[in-house]
Structures are given as C-alpha cells and as structure tokens.
Design a protein around this ligand. Sequence first.
Ligand SMILES: [Zn+2]
Length: 146
Amino acid sequence: MPLLPVVAEQLLRDVRSSYREESRIPDDLLIALRFVFGSCALQALDLVDQRSVTCVTSPSGREVFQVTGGSGRLYTLFTRCQYCPCPAFSFSVLRRGEGLLCKHILAAYLSQAMGVCRQEQVSDQLMTRLLAGQEDAGEHLRSARV
Ligand SMILES: [Zn+2]
C-alpha cells in the first residue's frame, strides 16, 4: 500500500495483528480508524461484516477487488492504484481532496487485514474484461457467486 500515509498503513497493520489474536478489533483501534479515515471507517467495517469484499485474481498474477456497495451496486476497484469508480471517490477524494479513500477501498484493505476476504480465481481473459471496466464481466462473476 505505498500510496497510503504511514499512519494509515500502521493502523491497518495493527488491525491485522489484533484481529488475528482476538478475532475482533479493540475499541481504541476503532476510534483510531474513525479518526484517520473519518465516517467511511464504520461504513467500511459494515461492508466487511457483510462479507461484501471479494479478491479476484487471475493466473497471470493480476488482482482486483469487487465490493458490493450498500445500494447493491458492484464496484470493481484497484487498490494498487487506489481507484474506485464510485461517486463518493470521484467527488470527495479526487475533486475535493477530502478523505484518503472511499469506504469500498477501505473495506478491501480491512478485509484483507482481517483475513476475511473472499477469494476467487478467474481466467486471464475475464480479468482483462474486468480491468477494462466492462460491467457485464463483473455482473457475470457476481451472478455465479450466489
Ligand atoms: Zn468507492
């Protein structure tokens, strides 16, 4: 996660170690998450609780995350370049420079840190379509999931 400030990276490492030891996130860490990431911290934790995050990988080693948002919309996001196609990301993060990331990207980081991310392998062909932002490719995956 080279694009995150050091404090945010450290926080995610703390989440990882406490979750491994106690299977929960202690209150002081929750407060810190809230402080660093703002209101999207709790929304992101909700998404993690609902197991909304899937890590999709392909044989060539590419990786994307798919997060089902509260509205039921599926977002395909690229944590390596920290981009999410949701409106909150383009409005708050890109345009107004508020907040580090949206709840979807944070949910992807948190579910990875907590080890609760669903894993899915797809073909390189399907991955290329996902990376090209073809929504039908994402929906195809989601319908296969239920
Ligand atoms: Zn987003």
